[in-house]
Design a protein around this ligand. Structure first.
Ligand code: GRG
Length: 291
């Protein structure tokens, strides 16, 4: 199957899974389910769950047992987007081509919808945990979204002018804010698939490189992207006085770094030979993405 078809098939599987996951109950709190689904089912590239399934499929064919973990990754990611858009954070009006969760439902509801998604992510993954291997995978996912991962990175980003004074500081922040859950998606997928430690290490290296490349590309798109294709406003980083890759390097240099990091990431996949075709193509696709 060619890469495009493969990717679309995976997104479809994930979308169908997510559509069923939040049971809309007829009770006094039912509006929370509407707010959670509003953001969860509003598209997005589904990158993290696709990466998880792709890493899993290096080792095992039938991805059914990995699906709850893939779904959990997308729920954690979606919660972070809802909170990231809040007035207390980036204060954005559009996300995934729609008005942001807090603009539609109000701030308090958006906070609760984000919290609800985070909780639900762990509920669905825990229901699927029946072995030490799965506990390990879920623990890695939990750590990556916490204070030594995504939340920690968000904190460093928010306090950018005080905490980031070099490209090294910036890369540290990116490795947490954006890189941590990209890495845990890939590593968790590999662990669930039964990868050996050296295979996990190789995938971790790939993940680290593409995670940073992904955020640099995001910085470039925030400056040069097309709002319609992105589904959100550009210029948010400048407006929020954010320190980004473009604070340290120009666009041409940043684009070159995206390419270089991606090539280095792909190099780590050598040990898998032909089997890594989709992960290789996925990394290349991310360098060319327009959203
Ligand atoms: C607990 C208050 C609180 C916050 C949680 C908000 C937060 C921590 C972290 C923010 C993490 C964040 C938004 C990082 C940026 C990563 C990034 C580039 C996101 C966009 O990802 P895409 O392009 O989006 O994969 P789609 O919409 O395609 O899924």
């Amino acid at each position: 199957m060619d890469f495009k078809n493969w990717f679309e098939t995976k997104v479809k599987v994930i979308d169908e899974y997510l559509e069923e996951i939040i049971e809309v109950k007829d009770n006094p709190q039912s509006v929370i389910y509407e707010a959670m689904n509003y953001s969860l089912l509003s598209g997005g590239k589904r990158l993290r769950p696709v990466l998880l399934l792709a890493a899993y499929e290096l080792f095992k064919e039938d991805y059914a047992e990995a699906l709850p973990f893939a779904g959990a990754m997308e729920m954690i990611h979606t919660y972070s987007l809802i909170h990231d858009d809040l007035p207390a954070m980036d204060d954005d009006d559009y996300r995934r081509g729609k008005i942001t969760n807090h603009k539609k439902f109000g701030e308090a509801m958006a906070i609760l919808a984000g919290d609800g998604l985070l909780n639900k992510a762990f509920e669905i993954a825990l229901e699927a945990v029946d072995s030490k291997t799965k506990v390990r995978a879920l623990n890695i996912i939990a750590e990556s979204s916490g204070t030594e991962g995504m939340i920690g990175g968000q904190l460093v980003d928010m306090e950018g002018w005080r905490k980031i004074s070099s490209l090294e500081d910036l890369k540290y922040m990116y490795s947490l804010k954006t890189g941590a859950i990209i890495k845990s998606s890939i590593v968790a997928g590999a662990i669930l698939g039964g990868a050996r430690e050296e295979e996990i290490k190789a995938l971790e290296n790939y993940a680290k490189k593409i995670g940073i490349a992904f955020q640099i590309k995001d910085d470039i798109l925030d400056l040069t992207g097309n709002e319609e294709k992105l589904g959100k406003a550009i210029g948010s980083d400048t407006l929020n006085n954010k320190i980004t890759y473009l604070t340290f390097k120009n666009i041409e240099e940043s684009k070159n770094d995206v390419e270089r990091l991606t090539e280095e990431g792909i190099e780590s996949l050598r040990i898998f030979g032909e089997k890594s075709f989709y992960l290789v193509e996925l990394a290349k696709y991310l360098t060319k993405r327009e959203n």
